[in-house]
Design a protein around this ligand. Structure first.
Ligand code: S2G
Ligand code: ZN
Length: 462
């Protein structure tokens, strides 16, 4: 915990309602959605202006105090966890949306804007913010950029990085940088904006961003397909992508879907059962797009790649079909699951899953392994539910071994040890699975340039 003198200085910098030290605030703002850590920040501050962010960073450099950035706290790698007396800097009070430019199709958001608020602003102005995921109602734009958030439409629209046209950041030295200014073209040396995207608060704070917006999509069609063989999922991906403008290509196992169905909000989409399901979404750009989708469906059925399926006939049905995929994470939270988020080259996903399934069923026969994720990006979310018979600590120890298996296989497949959830605390010690010694040394050198006193989210990522 920081000394009373330092707390007094924080109170001098921020009005009373914008410094929190009560137990509830410390517990709430010291955590994100990663449930492995005990929160223990010293205080939480709520800046409202760039100058206040500069002031607290300069103070932290003078007093050698660690700062932890806090957005929507929906992260899954402990990137926003404060557990060693750090001061949490929350962007909850910086939620302005401004400078909308309908011709350039850009808009400026302060870091604390909720993702869904930006999506709604874009829709109200006839445009579309295409980075989307289940935590849209709580996550904040600053955190989405700091973790380069992915989600369910990456196969068409890419990660958050693709939509950042400009950033205002406060570096770990307290300098304010206005990066790229929202320009579509600017070839003037190193693009420092892209260093901050995905930096997880380790180089400085993102205080606002100019984001690009896309044209509003035409009406969307959603299909769910029952797929007996994992290897056939990639054939389906190829077949549907050849003929349709796919926005999304997700998969989930029967085991995962049963947890969603058990909650009773949505029902099984059709009679046919299979080990795996694909959910795909496409844009109806032509009058015959649905016919094309059904023709591809029939052709794939003849090949035996799918045994049943459904095409949404209404917006409500499309939403219900999406819930089969998007409700998985929430449905299994009570089981305190082991989670991992990795990626391998799309074409190698079936081989990877089969290899890992074989290891896990041999080593941990009573673990329930659930697979789902953005398979069109080669991105898998592995979740293992704690068996009732196993104490949480024993389960967590066993999962340390599971990590070793997962990451050594990811290394063998030349994949990524974190596809979209970032590195944070949870995966810091596995960075070398995907990044070389030279790369990690260079990342440390870059960190030292932007945050020479190491006050920015120390212990995360590196
Ligand atoms: C997803 C969300 C969190 C999880 O559902 O796509 O990124 O449970 C995940 O892995
Ligand atoms: Zn995901």
């Amino acid at each position: 915990m920081i000394a009373p003198r330092l707390l007094a200085e924080l109170h001098a910098m921020f009005s009373a309602d914008r410094v929190a030290t009560d137990a509830d605030s410390l517990a709430r703002y010291g955590l994100d959605w990663t449930r492995y850590y005990q929160p223990a920040p010293s205080a939480v501050v709520f800046p409202q202006t760039v100058d206040e962010v500069v002031a607290v960073v300069q103070w932290a450099n003078r007093e050698q105090v660690a700062l932890v950035p806090s957005g929507g706290r929906t992260g899954l790698s402990g990137g926003a966890v404060a557990r060693q007396g750090e001061v949490v800097v929350s962007f909850d009070r910086m939620k302005a949306i401004s400078d909308f430019d309908p011709v350039a199709r850009t808009v400026r958001c302060q870091a604390g804007v909720i993702t869904e608020a930006l999506q709604q602003f874009a829709a109200e102005n006839g445009l579309y913010y295409p980075v989307d995921f289940a935590s849209r109602g709580s996550s904040q734009i600053g955190g989405n950029i700091a973790t380069n958030a992915g989600g369910i439409k990456v196969v068409r629209y890419g990660m958050t990085r693709e939509w950042v046209a400009g950033l205002t950041v406060v570096t770990g030295k307290g300098e304010v940088l206005r990066l790229n200014n929202g320009l579509a073209k600017n070839n003037t040396g190193y693009d420092l904006r892209h260093l901050f995207v995905g930096s997880e608060g380790t180089l400085g704070f993102i205080v606002d961003a100019t984001l690009k917006l896309a044209r509003q999509p035409a009406e969307l069609g959603v299909m769910v397909l029952a797929v007996p063989q994992l290897t056939d999922i990639m054939k389906l991906f190829h077949a549907f992508r050849e003929r349709l403008d796919l926005n999304a290509f997700e998969f989930f196992s029967e085991k995962a879907m049963r947890h969603v169905l058990a909650r009773g909000h949505v029902k099984r989409p059709f009679e046919g059962e299979a080990d795996y399901y694909v959910l795909l979404e496409f844009e109806k750009l032509a009058a015959d797009t649905e016919e094309v989708a059904l023709a591809v469906f029939e052709a794939c059925a003849e090949q035996g790649w799918l045994v049943d399926g459904v095409l949404s006939q209404s917006e409500q049905q499309a939403k219900d079909l999406w819930r089969l995929r998007e409700d998985i994470s929430e449905s299994i939270t009570p089981y305190k699951p082991y989670k991992n988020d990795i990626a391998v080259t799309v074409s190698r996903v079936p081989a990877f899953v089969e290899r890992l399934d074989a290891i896990l069923s041999r080593e941990y026969p009573d673990f329930e392994v659930l697979w789902y994720g953005h398979i069109g990006d080669g991105n898998l979310h592995i979740n293992i539910l704690k068996p009732d018979a196993l104490e949480l600590d024993d389960f967590r120890r066993a999962c340390e071994q599971v990590n070793e298996h997962v990451f050594s296989l990811v290394g063998e497949f030349g994949g990524s040890m974190s596809a979209e959830h970032g590195v944070g605390l949870l995966k810091r010690d596995y960075l070398d699975v995907t990044r070389s010694v030279e790369e990690i040394a260079l990342m440390r050198a870059i960190k030292a340039v932007f945050d020479p006193n190491g006050v920015m989210n120390p212990g995360k990522l590196l």
